[in-house]
Design a protein around this ligand. Structure first.
Ligand code: NG6
Ligand code: CA
Length: 512
């Protein structure tokens, strides 16, 4: 064949290719994306989901101006695995070492893999994370708090980071900005231990007289700011945070990030400490609810949300900013401090209509508040029953911004963008919920695999959903998971158990 024939023969393929690129580009959009990620906020903790004992007008505004999901999920019933799954698009239970991270854990995300921020960075976004991290920092062996702390957020796709490194109740109680402890005096280096005690600072165990908030379980090690924590810490005195100021500090950094990046498309992962323990809101929120510190922390969290919305308004960015408001796991009332959360709960139901809460295989473990607002695209005031999960953000936002995912990337993330934008009532066709055991949701059915452990967590009083032979529920007729149908419907239980085994063995659920 003459060379010219070859060229002409290739033309249709080239044209098809160009067309595909054109279509992809035409579809690609780059709104700013802000994920507001609450810690331990339950489905029933917001007034837009039915709470009456506390009002959340700013968060409610997101619901009013956007879309409110009733079957939106965190990937897991605790923090570290949920965050891991949201940022990587991979279910955390597939990876060892993704359980609740110690305060000195090494970075648990492999920097070689694609992540939600790296995908968006590839689409031209400036990416930032402000707030609770709890995904480990530093190389194997853990971080050197006194040097350059890496790998960390930068290595997994964030241009900017300002972190609570682990949790509010774990040492070290310092902020880490772009890999350095903020305000560290080099002559007072930081050391931490999660095993043997170190240093001679008082602990909650030995000096309860020094405490202004007492532990109910655990949390009896080094006392920082009058509150004993998980883990021992020495040094870093000038760098230690004041719990009361944390919400203001983090909100200030989040607002700065938006202001500094208003010209580019930006992705901000704003990860609250609220309403995790220790609940120590700023004095201006103390007593604003009748529920004690847990209710007051909800009020504070709502104020923080308002600051973000006001910033978007002030900078005329609201119209083309996609705001998601959700939580890393379900609610817990007593999570280790005697802070009156139990005594003052009254009729408030933190998990709303769902059974269980944080740590639990029941719906309360992962079914969380889930709001999406994007005025340019999403109709205001909608409600959606589509099954969606934070693990889907990677594939969905890749699709939104015209990025293609490698076959190894985000293996459990589905493109549910039409559901997230309210264009479709259908989200995923199935979902794995993860607590102690795994549960599989398909349609109205939910199967919880056999699980060891107590039926009720003795510390937190959470109903765990553990059962030695497994549980089967039909959520349309029994949303509260009260009637185990496994014995009367063994065929369905077996079918779902087999599907769950296959999902586990396959190592991925996204096929393309
Ligand atoms: C638990 C802590 C709990 C909380 C949780 C992590 C004890 C007894 N309990 O081990 O207080 O810190 O870890 O919460 O120490 S999460 O939201 O970050 O997953
Ligand atoms: Ca949490």
């Amino acid at each position: 064949m003459p060379p010219s024939g070859l060229r002409f023969g290739a033309l249709p393929a080239i044209a098809a290719c160009l067309l595909t690129i054109a279509v992809a580009t035409a579809r690609a959009e780059t709104p700013n994306i802000v994920i507001i990620y609450a810690d331990d906020a339950g489905y029933g903790d917001l007034s837009c989901y039915g709470a009456t004992a506390v009002q959340t007008p700013n968060i409610d505004r997101i619901a009013r101006e956007g879309l409110r999901f009733t079957d939106g999920h965190a990937p897991s019933a605790t923090c570290t695995p949920s965050r891991y799954a949201m940022l990587t698009g991979e279910y955390a239970w597939r990876r060892k070492g993704t359980g609740i991270a110690k305060g000195d854990a090494a970075l648990i995300i492999d920097p070689a893999r694609d992540t939600l921020p790296s995908i968006l960075r590839g689409a031209g976004y400036r990416t930032g994370v402000v707030g609770k991290w709890h995904l480990g920092l530093g190389p194997e062996g853990g971080p050197d708090w006194n040097g350059d702390i890496k790998p960390g957020p930068r290595e997994v796709g964030f241009d900017y980071s300002f972190l609570v490194p682990a949790t509010g109740d774990r040492v070290p109680c310092v902020y880490v900005e772009d890999g350095r402890v903020v305000g560290l005096d080099p002559s007072d280096p930081i050391h931490t231990s999660f095993g043997r005690p170190i240093g001679d600072e008082p602990t909650g165990k030995d000096r309860p007289d020094l405490l202004r908030m007492h532990p109910s379980h655990g949390h009896n090690m080094t006392i920082i700011n009058g509150i004993s924590r998980i883990g021992y810490m020495t040094g870093g005195k000038a760098a230690r945070w004041i719990d009361e100021d944390m919400a203001d500090t983090l909100t200030g950094k989040a607002v700065d990030f938006i202001e500094q990046n208003k010209a580019a498309p930006f992705f901000l992962f704003f990860s609250y400490h609220d309403i995790h323990v220790p609940r120590v809101p700023h004095p201006r929120f103390v007593g604003t609810t009748a529920m004690g510190p847990r209710g007051d922390a909800i009020a504070q969290m709502d104020w923080c949300t308002g600051q973000i919305l006001e910033t978007l308004d002030r900078l005329h960015l609201a119209e083309n900013t996609l705001v998601i408001w959700t939580s890393d796991n379900g609610p817990v009332v007593d999570d280790g401090y005697r802070d009156q959360a139990v005594e003052k709960l009254g009729g408030h139901r933190p998990a709303g209509p769902w059974r269980g809460g944080k740590y639990s295989n029941f719906e309360g473990g992962t079914r969380v508040p889930f709001l999406v607002r994007w005025p340019a695209k999403v109709k205001a005031g909608g409600e959606s029953g589509a099954l969606v999960c934070q693990v889907d953000f990677a594939a969905s936002f890749a699709a939104l911004t015209g990025q293609s995912l490698g076959s190894d990337a985000a293996p459990d993330s589905f493109d549910v963008l039409p559901a997230l934008l309210g264009e479709s009532k259908t989200g995923r066709d199935h979902l794995i919920e993860h607590a102690g055991a795994l549960a599989l949701r398909v349609g109205d059915w939910k199967y919880i695999e056999p699980g060891k452990g107590p039926k009720v967590n003795a510390n937190t009083a959470t109903e765990m959903g553990n059962d030695p032979t497994g549980l089967l529920f039909k959520l349309d007729s029994d949303p509260g998971e009260t009637k185990n149908l496994a014995a009367e419907n063994p065929g369905k239980a077996r079918e779902l158990a087999e599907k769950l085994s296959k999902i586990r063995a396959d190592g991925r659920t996204r096929s393309e």
